[in-house]
Design a protein around this ligand. Structure first.
Ligand code: ATP
Length: 319
């Protein structure tokens, strides 16, 4: 392998730039030429591809977002569209590609590998919803942002006998909610794993007010579970707290990556280049029990999520 490409795809996440830098620097230092493919698979099809140098990836290790831009291109599922993308790569002599993104991006990487372009996937998403890895690049930074925001909400909730209902991201994965719920000392966490029994949550909030006599309460809830504004109104009507909903939204995706994410991205980038240099494709990189390893993408996509029961039990024992 002489020339490799790199792209970021799907939702952006803090640490993607550190991964781009690592792939580029490790690649160049190993004698490869490295090309940036802009705007995900869209730029691959359109031929928006430029060489990357040591300098182009300078000064980005600390920056959120992705200097390569990201996009979604649903048409990439169409083989004819992928053939166009491959023609663009071949024209430039690019034989292999590192794809940073979520599970959709992994599917694209697998299809390209099956068509002769070796691809390696890196898990770039704040959602931590790629089951084969303990952590995705961006999760820890997003967690820090959530904790910082909820800490601030706690101050004002406390002064006004409020119940703060905070909706956090995570797609269908409850990790961001559960981890932040523990770190922030929330009273209640609702995720797809815990399920949402509205009446039960209202009853528990009444107990927190009347029996525990707490001045405020915090409910952290994963996105895509319920309408938090409507639920806040019910809290005001049915409990002694005044309910206020906050949807943290895209704030969670931005910001300078924390050291953990920068390190994870750098280690994963290194591993991706090493695999491509050995002529290996169709794999994705994971961290498992503190080791950087790889799995076949096909196997990774069908892996069940590890149980979150121990952390859920811990949460229950802390309230
Ligand atoms: P996030 O977790 O942030 O949503 P993602 O990578 O899962 O990231 P998707 O929009 O699902 O985001 O996928 C990103 C892109 O990957 C799609 O826009 C599409 O171009 C490509 N892609 C998704 N699924 C496939 C597939 N089955 N075959 C080929 N390409 C795909």
């Amino acid at each position: 392998v002489k020339r490799i490409g790199i792209l970021t795809s799907g939702g952006d996440s803090p640490g993607m730039n550190a991964a781009i830098r690592a792939v580029t620097r490790v690649g160049l230092n190993s004698g490869l030429e490295v090309f940036g493919i802009y705007n995900g698979y869209k730029g691959m099809v359109e031929g928006y591809i430029e060489p990357l140098t040591r300098e182009t990836v300078g000064d980005i290790v600390n920056r959120g977002g992705t200097i390569l831009g990201s996009a979604r291109l649903p048409e990439f599922k169409d083989i004819e569209v992928r053939k166009k993308a491959i023609a663009q790569l071949k024209k430039r002599g690019i034989e292999a590609v590192v794809v940073i993104g979520g599970d959709g991006s992994y599917r694209g990487a697998l299809s390209l590998t099956e068509m002769g372009i070796n691809c390696i996937g890196l898990p770039g998403t704040i959602d931590n919803d790629i089951t084969c890895t303990d952590y995705t690049i961006g999760f820890q930074t997003a967690l820090e942002t959530v904790v910082e925001c909820v800490d601030k909400l706690r101050d004002t909730s406390n002064s006004h006998h409020r119940c703060s209902i905070v909706e956090v991201m995570g797609n269908r994965c409850g990790d961001l909610a559960l981890w932040s719920g523990i770190a922030c000392g929330a009273e209640i966490v609702v995720t797809s794993d815990t399920g949402f029994d509205e009446q039960d949550v209202l009853d528990r909030l009444r107990d927190i007010d009347i029996i525990k006599k707490k001045k405020h309460s915090i409910v952290v809830i994963s996105e895509k579970i319920t309408d938090v504004d409507q639920f806040a109104k019910k809290v005001s009507l049915n409990t002694g707290f005044s309910g206020r909903a906050t949807v943290l939204g895209h704030i969670q995706r931005g910001g300078s990556p924390c050291p953990f994410d920068r390190l994870l991205a750098s280690q994963m980038g290194e591993k991706a280049v090493d695999l491509l240099m050995q002529g290996i494709g169709g794999q994705c990189i994971s961290i498992r029990d503190n080791k950087i390893i790889s799995y076949p993408i096909e196997e990774a996509l069908s892996m069940p999520q590890e149980s979150r029961k121990p952390l859920m039990n811990l949460f229950d024992r802390l309230v």
